[in-house]
Design a protein around this ligand. Structure first.
Ligand SMILES: *Cc1c(COP(=O)(O)O)cnc(C)c1O
Length: 236
């Protein structure tokens, strides 16, 4: 089994290749290492290999790991899982970026907590998660809700609007995800372009190459860095 450092190097290499092929700069794309269900020592190993951005899906788990690793002061936590309003206070003291804002209510709750919970002059980054495929039962807002949520984020001094995020429908063929990645990019262009929405958070282990092709600025990669996860719940 390759080490986490070796896997990270391989993923970084694939990102460099994909950005070059797309005629983009390597520094256009940030790698988020998704560490959900993985132990703290795996995160430390990735950190030693130079990784600084980590993504977690569950509020409690994020808070627990952030406390355990609080000595790594330049490590940035990203919340990438569905966030309930009553879990906001758990996450805000630790997170740098929330990728899953999908309602005006959640934006205002985050804004309220962020303006009191973060250091002076620091804003909490916010991506709006859009359910571009309109899948039933999946999180993310609908396109008709997007304008209101963007305005809600911009009305909160404690929040900084970073862009749009999506999770395409599961498929065995990563090329099928391209359509949804392009759809998110078109929404970005329609709702204010790069100046208002600089970031596109899209692409996971099996489709980050396609996401970069379509304009991703931040890819969320778990399995390709940390190996397969235990069945859900087993290690939480
Ligand atoms: C788990 C997860 C990822 C990482 O998935 P992998 O397939 O392991 O790379 C990325 N984004 C979100 C929202 C996730 O829940």
């Amino acid at each position: 089994m390759p080490s986490i450092a070796e896997r990270l190097a391989s993923v970084r290499g694939q990102i460099a290749e994909a950005t070059a092929r797309a005629g983009r700069s390597k520094t256009d794309v940030r790698l988020l290492a998704v560490s959900k269900t993985k132990p703290v020592r795996a995160i430390e190993e990735a950190y030693r290999a130079g990784q600084r951005d980590f993504g977690e899906n569950y509020a409690q788990e994020l808070a627990k790991k952030a406390r355990a690793l609080s000595h790594l002061t330049d490590l940035r936590w990203h919340m990438i899982g569905h966030l309930q309003k009553n879990k906001v206070k758990l996450v805000v003291p630790h997170a740098s970026v929330i990728h899953t804002v999908d309602s005006e209510r959640l934006a205002h709750e985050l804004g309220k907590r962020a303006s009191t919970g973060m250091g002076p002059g620091k804003a909490l980054g916010a991506f709006v998660q859009v359910n571009v495929a309109r899948e039933a039962g999946k999180s993310g807002c609908s396109v008709s809700e997007l304008a209101g949520i963007l305005e809600a984020i911009e009305s909160e001094p404690g929040l900084e609007l970073e862009g749009l995020m999506t999770i395409p429908p599961q498929t065995d063929d990563p090329d099928q995800a391209l359509e949804y990645f392009h759809a998110l990019r078109r929404l970005r262009d329609e709702y204010g372009g790069v100046s208002r929405l600089p970031g596109l958070s899209m692409g996971m282990s099996h489709d980050f190459v396609q996401a970069i092709q379509a304009g991703a600025t931040l890819v969320r990669v778990g399995t390709s860095i940390f190996g397969p996860r235990e069945p859900q719940g087993a290690t939480r």
